[in-house]
Design a protein around this ligand. Structure first.
Ligand code: CP
Length: 292
């Protein structure tokens, strides 16, 4: 694996290798990398967990992290993504981790770039490192993906997490269903009510409502969304034994999920963040190993 752009490009074997390495890192194994690599995190959109988690993972696998501040970079002066990455490569970077507003920004980097590129979220496109940490969280819980019922709920058309997870989970044999308001279904066939979806779900995966990607003047009511699509105490009480709640976060409390459920027994929301460090160590090791 030379780069990580999209879950659509990964085989099941590649996915399972990354999950195995994440487990090894969680069990205290050290990185197999033979030397230190220079990496930088280019975040052109806000992030708390992906950026910090990549930086932690980079340090834990022995990388040297070169600071890059998108707001004070020459991208502000109009420099293209290609010229930015090529410049960093010529300075000596081995890998760049990029979050950008444009869907498929990486298409600009397919030719002429030799440093590794990891997609940390492209617009409403893909979020492969989030998907891999979600898969790791599910695998830790159930040991398999085959025949699990996974219900993805919320702002599906704007969600790179929904798209990445739908692709990967389906490839791995899970039964993925979607629940959302009609206007947010995008490319997917979705349910518009919780009827029949709660009791047999192994995983209820909630998505953040992405106001920053919405266009038009339609007024959004937090209360009405929560009543129709949110995970309320009444709905959580109908979930089956052993079923879990996930959310990539940041969470809009009392919108996607009732405030008190964020850290309830079934919730894996903060464990997902912890699993993200091990998974990103595995991603970095897998990609940087190719350069040895
Ligand atoms: N889940 C996720 O991508 O969170 P951040 O935007 O904080 O990185």
């Amino acid at each position: 694996m030379k780069n990580l752009f999209s879950m659509e490009h990964l085989t099941n074997e590649e996915i399972l290798h990354i999950l195995d390495r994440a487990r090894a890192f969680e069990n205290g194994e050290q990185s197999k990398l033979a030397r230190s690599y220079n990496v930088a995190n280019l975040f052109f959109e806000p992030s708390t967990r992906t950026k910090t988690s990549f930086e932690m993972a980079e340090r834990l696998v022995g990388c040297t992290v070169i600071p890059f501040d998108a707001d004070f970079s020459s991208a502000i002066k109009g420099e293209t993504m290609y010229d930015t990455v090529k410049t960093l490569e010529m300075i000596g970077l081995d890998a760049v981790i990029i979050r950008a507003e444009e869907d498929e920004f990486y298409n600009e980097l397919l030719e002429g770039i030799n440093c590794a590129v990891i997609n940390a979220g492209d617009g409403a496109g893909q979020h492969p490192s989030q998907s891999l940490l979600d898969l790791y969280t599910i695998q830790k819980e159930f040991g398999t993906f085959e025949n699990l019922n996974i219900t993805i709920v919320g702002d599906i058309s704007h969600s790179r997490v929904a798209k990445s997870n739908a692709t990967a989970l389906t490839k791995l044999g899970a039964n993925v269903r979607f629940l959302c308001p009609e206007e947010w279904a995008g490319q997917f066939e979705a349910h518009h009510s919780w009827d029949g979806l709660i009791q047999d779900s192994d995983v209820i995966m909630l998505l953040r409502v992405q106001h920053e990607r919405h266009t038009g003047n339609k007024k959004f009511s937090k209360r009405s969304y929560h009543e129709q699509y949110g995970l309320t105490a009444e709905r959580e009480a109908q979930m089956k034994e052993g079923a879990i709640i996930m959310h990539p976060a940041p969470v809009n409390r009392d919108v996607e999920i009732a405030d008190h459920l964020v850290e309830c027994e079934r919730s894996r929301i903060f464990q997902q963040v912890r699993n993200g460090v091990y998974t990103r160590m595995a991603i970095l090791e897998t990609i940087l190993e190719e350069r040895e």
